[in-house]
Design a protein around this ligand. Structure first.
Ligand SMILES: [Zn+2]
Ligand SMILES: [Zn+2]
Length: 255
C-alpha cells in the first residue's frame, strides 16, 4: 500500500499544500490544495474520495478535480463523508452559485460525482483496502480514517482533532498500527487558540498519545506556516520515545 502525501500543511505558501493523501492510485483522503499537483493521468485514476470534515483546507480542490476530469471518466467518482459534511458541500460549494452541482451533471441518472453518507465506525471495502471512519473532536463534525490492507498493515489518519478518546480507543482495538498521520497545528505557547480551533499542540498530543498501546511511526501534519521549526522542536522534546516525521507534500511511504 502506497501512501503519498499530496498536502499536509496548515496553510499556504511556497511548497505548502493543504491536506490531501493519495492511497495507492485510486483512493484520496481529503481534497486540499495538494490535489492540484497531480497529472491528468493520476487524477483520472481516483475513484474514491473520503472527506474528513467540511473545512476548506480539506475540500478546496474537490470542485476543481471533478471539473478537470469531467470529460475523461466513465464511472462517477464516489465521495464518502458524514451527512453533515455532505450537507455543507451541497449547500455552500456545489450549489450552482459557487460551483455547479456535479452530482447532477451531466444528468441526474449518471452523474460524474456521487455523494455517499457514512456513519461513524462504518467500514468501507475498496478493493483490498478497508477504510474505517473514526469520529474525532473538531469544531465541525469530523472523522479520521483507518486504512488497512490485506496483510493487516495499517495507516491511520486523524483528520483535524483536539483531545479525544475515540481515535485512541479505535486504534487500540487494532492488532497493529504501523503509521499514524496526526495533526499538531499550533505550538505549546498557543494552547488557548488551539483549544478554540480544536487542534493539537505538541504538549496535548503527548498527553493524549499515552492512551495508545501501539507505537506507530508518527507523521505529523497541519503545522502552521512560519511555526514549523518551533512546533517540530516541541514535538521532538515531548515525544522522545517515538519516531516522528514532520511531513511535507511530496513525501510518501510504502506499507
Ligand atoms: Zn478543520
Ligand atoms: Zn484543517
Amino acid at each position: 500500500m502506497w501512501i503519498s502525501i499530496l498536502g499536509c500543511s496548515g496553510g499556504i505558501g511556497p511548497g505548502n499544500r493543504t491536506t490531501s493523501i493519495l492511497v495507492d492510485n485510486d483512493i484520496l483522503l481529503d481534497a486540499g490544495s495538494g490535489v492540484g499537483d497531480l497529472q491528468m493521468q493520476q487524477m483520472i485514476q481516483i475513484k474514491h474520495i473520503f472527506i474528513s470534515h467540511s473545512h476548506l483546507d480539506h475540500i478546496a480542490f474537490l470542485p476543481f478535480l471533478v471539473d478537470s476530469i469531467f470529460s475523461q471518466i466513465e464511472e462517477p467518482i464516489q465521495v464518502y463523508a458524514l451527512p453533515e459534511t455532505i450537507k455543507a458541500l451541497k449547500a455552500h460549494i456545489f450549489n450552482w452559485v459557487v460551483w455547479p452541482d456535479f452530482s447532477e451533471l451531466p444528468n441526474k441518472e449518471k452523474p460524474v460525482l456521487v455523494f455517499n453518507e457514512i456513519a461513524p465506525y462504518q467500514d468501507i471495502q475498496v478493493g483490498e483496502r478497508n477504510i474505517t471512519a473514526v469520529p474525532v473532536e473538531h469544531v465541525v463534525p469530523g472523522v479520521g480514517y483507518v486504512v488497512t490492507n490485506q496483510q493487516g498493515k495499517t495507516f491511520a489518519f486523524s483528520g483535524d482533532t483536539a483531545t479525544n478518546d475515540t481515535l485512541w480507543e479505535e486504534l487500540n482495538k487494532r492488532p497493529r498500527v504501523d503509521t499514524l498521520m496526526i495533526e499538531a497545528g499550533y505550538p505549546n505557547s498557543m494552547e488557548s487558540l488551539s483549544k478554540l480551533a480544536k487542534h493539537y499542540t505538541p504538549q496535548i498530543l503527548a498527553q493524549d498519545i499515552k492512551k495508545l498501546k501501539h507505537r506507530p511511526h508518527l507523521m505529523i501534519s497541519h503545522l502552521k506556516p512560519g511555526l514549523e521549526v518551533q512546533i517540530s522542536e516541541e514535538l521532538h522534546e515531548e515525544l522522545k520515545d517515538y519516531k516522528i516525521t514532520c511531513i511535507k507534500s511530496g513525501d510518501s511511504i510504502q506499507l
